[in-house]
Design a binder for this molecule. Structure first.
Ligand code: FMN
Length: 217
């Protein structure tokens, strides 16, 4: 039995292609693994708080020495870090906004990258940073208005979603990350439909492939 954590970063509802595809991913996953549980965090509608001066001071204070206010400043972060550790599989639905991730997802990443919890830091060590998260697989569904942002594509150099997420998740120890792209939202019509169809087929492949089955046990 595995736990799947779904993160939606689009503020759109039924018009959101990434939400629709993430919904299909979860539905297919759950249909073949009914015992698995799904946790959902809607970053698009409930944006995470931004990091504050108090948050930073609290994060860099050893847990036993934190004041009640510091603990309060870290409450959201502690909750989403616990949720991350409890998950085996992550499904991220990510619109491309101005070539990067939406601010809501960036705020979430700032909350889960936590010294002493999701990574360790030892300034004396030859390798000062150690990832503390392991054994997870992530699927990222990226929605774009144009098309061709995937690695090797004509707009790949403008894509700051995939390199950023690979770096940030990899820093925590989540290296097994699969990207699915759906594009052409700005063009609509046939072009959009073809793109959605390709993404839908990829979602179908990923939810049935051997490796995905292995994660779920
Ligand atoms: C604020 C904003 C910024 C956007 N920036 C880009 C961009 O840099 N490149 C692009 O191809 N599309 C861009 N788009 C289009 C979205 O990526 C596209 O509509 C995508 O389908 C959004 O995901 P969703 O359908 O899940 O809401 C932008 C849309 C918005 C609203």
């Amino acid at each position: 039995m595995a736990q799947l954590l779904r993160l939606d970063a689009s503020p759109r509802r039924s018009r959101s292609h990434t939400r629709t595809l993430a919904g299909e991913f979860v539905a297919r996953w759950s249909a073949s693994r009914p015992d698995d549980t799904v946790i959902r965090r809607d970053l698009g509608h409930e944006p995470p708080p931004h990091v504050t001066e108090e948050w930073i001071a609290a994060a860099f204070t050893t847990p036993g020495e934190r004041t009640p206010r510091m603990r309060e400043a870290l409450a959201y972060s502690d909750q989403v870090v616990d949720e991350l550790f409890a998950a085996d599989v992550l499904v991220l639905a990510v619109p491309m906004y101005n070539f990067g991730v939406p601010a809501m997802l960036k705020a979430y990443i700032d909350q889960i990258v936590r010294v002493g919890r999701t990574f360790a830091f030892d300034p004396e060590a030859a390798a000062p940073y150690t990832p503390l998260v392991s054994g997870k697989r992530a699927f990222v569904i990226v929605g774009t208005g144009d098309a061709g942002y995937e690695m090797g594509g004509p707009l790949a150099s403008m894509n700051h979603v995939e390199p950023y997420l690979r770096t940030a998740l990899g820093f925590l120890g989540i290296d097994d990350v699969e990207f699915v792209y759906t594009g052409n939202d700005e063009f609509g019509g046939e072009r959009l439909q073809r793109s959605l169809e390709r993404a839908r087929n990829r979602v179908a492949e990923l939810t049935t492939e051997r490796k995905a089955v292995d994660v779920a046990g």
